[in-house]
Design a protein around this ligand. Sequence first.
Ligand code: FMN
Ligand code: MN
Length: 486
Amino acid sequence: MAYRSFRSFLDALDQAGELKRIAVPVDTDLLIAEWADREMKSPGGGKAVLFEQPVIDGKKSEFPVAINTMGSHRRMALALKVTDIEDVAREIQLILKAKPPTDLREGWNLFKQGIHLLHARPKSVRDAPCQEVVHRIENGGDFSLDHLPVLKCWPKDGGRFITLANVHTLDPESGARNVGLYRMQVYDRHTTGMHWQLHKVGARHGKRYYERGERMPVAVTLGGDPVYTFAATAPLPDGLDELLFAGFLRRKSIELVRCKTIDLEVPADVDFVLEGYVQPDELRPEGPFGDHTGYYTAIEDYPVFHLTAITHRRDAVYPTTIVGIPPMEDYYIGDACVRIFLPVFKMNFPEIVDMTLPAEGVFHNLVFVSIRKQYPYQAFKVMHGLWGMGQMMFSKYIVVVDEDCDVHNTSEVLCANTDPARDTTVIKNPSDSLDHAPSEQNIGSHMGFDATRKLPGENYHRQWPELLKMTDEARALVDTLQAQAR
Ligand SMILES: Cc1cc2nc3c(=O)[nH]c(=O)nc-3n(C[C@H](O)[C@H](O)[C@H](O)COP(=O)(O)O)c2cc1C
Ligand SMILES: [Mn+2]
């Protein structure tokens, strides 16, 4: 099921007619970003683009740049090697609901799931494509971050940013691994910023090391099976290893290799590994950066990543993305997360029927959720539950509707059902570090809209009107008439 390499994923995109190859030289300073932005804003997310001759400071790069590789529903499914993201959701639902089998068919299904879970466990290898070429910084040499075709994305960005960095760290107490996608601003040949925000697991791991006064080993991988990057963005609970999840998704154990200069393991098939460390008490201004909110995020202090080695495949491709005013590639990544984790939400809140984070909401600003309502104030219960679940804490506005409303059809999510004073609630919660609107960073207010039909006991003392619906008979007759008129 799995891709052998990032290049084989690009080949699959090519065969599916989802890849444009650009043979002319294009500058990594703004031009690739502008080109990619046009592609991302084309209907349905455009195509993935492989820039075969990126230009860095007037020189041709040794490595091509791939961008927008997950930026459509189809490419996101191709990245996970499924025909439909819903297939993954169904499998997760089966596992969550697994009961002792009562017949042969159920037994067989359970057996197959067991095999998929078995694949979740990574295994260790000694030889790795990602270490075909090894540059140890202590040995000197010319090779450095300057040789990677890292993009400057927006005119007022503070520099070049690595945007699809899979950042691998360990909890020094439990030994648990985490992989998060955090951007890295290139400061010079051997140092970058490490933009793990306050609420993220990498930041928590860092705090543990700093409290002990220890240097923190950090490995950053780029490329490989695209499922790694997807898993690194997924809002998994702290303590759940992204590589286990990736192994489960791709149905094949991930092969891990030990880094050359730090005590960490990384997937053997990735394109690049940046080995290095973050040390206690060292912060440096990071930014500005044209962010997924559509605004520049201001300069702020973040930890510094010091490089100890760069290893790479001989045929490495540099994967990247840009963020900005939606719709962008990250919308499709986020949407796939919501689809895949819907069964988990449903397990916690059985009344949930469907849920979506529309692109206009810039990720977690806006959530539409439909429920099968049974009792008064159930919509408020669901909102509070969601606000308490991991990164759902950032949801600025949650709109709860009845099950007959299709949350994916924005014109159905009517607000006609609400009387604002009665049907809204405003709460205090942590807010996204990148959100510039709250008066103070990292804290803010969130609003919930109960747009469900009001039940007795919800302070509605009138007769709830009936929703317009044509008769089945009239619909069938017009179907026939229209077919004849064609
Ligand atoms: C394109 C893209 C860029 C991102 N950049 C950052 C970033 O710079 N800092 C950050 O904290 N989260 C960033 N995220 C979000 C995290 O990857 C996401 O919250 C992830 O679940 C964090 O994993 P963790 O819970 O293991 O820390 C980004 C997500 C995407 C899709
Ligand atoms: Mn995590």
